[in-house]
Design a binder for this molecule. Structure first.
Ligand SMILES: [Zn+2]
Length: 436
């Protein structure tokens, strides 16, 4: 299936490039990019520190990569095309190493994408889960899907098996096109080895290979994540993209800031009262945000998410505070999170109006109610004795006033109110009130 749909034009233009994470014992041979590559990058990117920081790109020609010769390398550097800078990845489980479960493999891939997405650059990695087609990975087959898989008995990572020049811990195979002077990455597949080092530090191996997926070659700085030969495991397992690598990714793809978010604070809520949490979020690039709500502390409640809001009903007998967390993501999966605590108002304490003045002497008043039942609302404002004359108004989603009249003889009078507040009045509701 993967062979059939391959477009002919792509087949002709596709240039397959293997980017190799060398085994540790190969550290002395070929870890350093030659000065010529740096000079070329300087002209391509106006990079200010060409000597001190000679990271190369997947499209660079370097002496230790004999399989990379023009036109599979050279200027300009290869980047994901502007229309596709949320790069999707999926996993092939078939040849997974025995020391990992399918779930551990998925979790590690997800974590490595998040590590790169933490960099505020205009490119993101999106892990989709297992690939729909779980057919074995094939050398030099472009199917447009960015697969993450493991080596198997075919020894894909051993020199010359898939056109690679060195034995490797893991390899990223990148397909690129050169059209009109623009070198674009079309596909990037990661094949992990199952050696002892990979088993000991799988996270850093994935992180490093995903750097290749984004368009990085190797760095000649031994402290960089993209250094080709890892030092002893203890020094490298936690390694993340360095400040230089982050800055370089921003130079390649531009800057894309993560969003900001907070949860609007709420006053204490009555037991049994409905609560609406509101996230206040913004993306510096004005991208559409997605929201993910979770409860992180307290008696479990049924949380109903609705974009930037989430609602729940305060437990009838609350024990301690409830804490909630919202994570927002922009279109490139740059992420921000905030948490908020909702306290239960102790049983027996007074309901209250947090803002505004209740017009007990007559007339109208605009108030903010702490939340609760209809009876709570009356008790907290005009008092139960004012039931024959009291009236309340709220604004529904259409901007219309809906009324609540405690002693209404006809149920239809309060129908709009009860459609708006089926479970009682939420905390921090702004209401218009008349007592007499
Ligand atoms: Zn590498």
């Amino acid at each position: 299936m993967r062979l059939v749909s391959r477009p002919l034009s792509l087949a002709l233009l596709a240039l397959v490039l293997a980017v190799v994470l060398l085994a540790g014992r190969d550290a002395s041979s070929g870890a350093v990019a030659p000065a010529a590559a740096s000079a070329e990058l300087t002209s391509a990117f106006a990079w200010g520190e060409p000597v001190e920081f000679a990271i190369d790109w997947v499209s660079d020609c370097v002496a230790d990569r004999p399989e990379r010769v023009p036109p599979t390398c050279g200027s300009p550097p290869a980047l994901w095309p502007a229309a596709g800078r949320l790069v999707t990845l999926c996993t092939l489980q078939g040849q997974r190493a025995a020391w990992w479960t399918a779930e551990q493999f998925r979790a590690a891939v997800q974590a490595a994408t998040e590590d790169w997405n933490a960099v505020e650059a205009g490119v993101g990695l999106s892990y989709l889960g297992d690939c729909a087609d779980q057919a074995r990975w094939q050398c030099r087959v472009a199917d447009g899907i960015n697969e993450v898989t493991f080596d198997d008995a075919r020894n894909l990572l051993v020199a010359s098996t898939c056109g690679n020049s060195s034995n490797a811990l893991a390899i990223t195979f990148t397909v690129m096109t050169l059209q009109g002077g623009v070198r674009s990455i079309r596909e990037s597949d990661v094949v992990m080895g199952a050696s002892a080092f990979v088993q000991q530090c799988p996270a850093v191996v994935l992180r490093h290979e995903f750097g290749h997926v984004l368009g990085f070659g190797h760095s000649d700085q031994p402290g960089d994540l993209m250094a080709p030969a890892p030092p002893p495991p203890a020094q490298i397992c936690e390694r993340q993209p360095t400040a230089r690598e982050q800055a370089l990714l921003q130079q390649m793809y531009g800057v894309n800031r993560r969003p900001t978010v907070s949860i609007a604070p709420l006053p204490p809520v009555a037991p049994g009262a409905p609560v609406v949490l509101n996230a206040v979020a913004a993306d510096p690039e004005a991208g559409t945000l997605t929201y993910e709500w979770t409860q992180v502390r307290g008696v479990p409640v049924e949380l109903t998410p609705n974009g930037p809001a989430a609602s729940f009903v305060m437990p009838a007998q609350p024990v301690g505070d409830l804490e909630f967390r919202v994570e927002v993501r922009d279109p490139l999966l740059k992420t921000a999170a905030a948490s908020g605590v909702v306290s239960a108002r102790a049983l027996g304490t007074a309901l209250y109006v947090s803002r505004g003045t209740v017009p007990t002497a007559g007339g109208f008043g605009l108030i903010v109610f702490s939340g609760g039942s209809e009876a709570d609302l009356l008790a907290a404002t005009c008092g139960a004795a004012a039931a024959p004359t009291a009236a309340f108004w709220a604004t529904n989603a259409q901007g219309q006033f809906v009324v609540y009249i405690p002693n209404a003889a006809v149920a239809a009078v309060n129908a709009g109110w009860r459609a708006l507040y089926p479970q009682g009045v939420p905390a921090s509701s702004a209401l218009l009130v008349r007592c007499r």
